[in-house]
Design a protein around this ligand. Sequence first.
Ligand SMILES: [Zn+2]
Length: 61
Amino acid sequence: MDRKCAEEGCGRPAAVELHLPWADNRLVCAAHGRVLGREDGVVADPVGDGSSLLENGEDGE
Ligand SMILES: [Zn+2]
């Protein structure tokens, strides 16, 4: 259940699942989801696992 953003160098918790036409689905944080979600054909799905963005964490840096 320790899902992190898949983008390199980003350690934020994953908040969005991106459905990429050219690759496998990817879990990314909210910020990356917003950026990548604007690409053509990409669908961004919020990850509905009950963990909110404001929740602080289970992964102590
Ligand atoms: Zn990220």
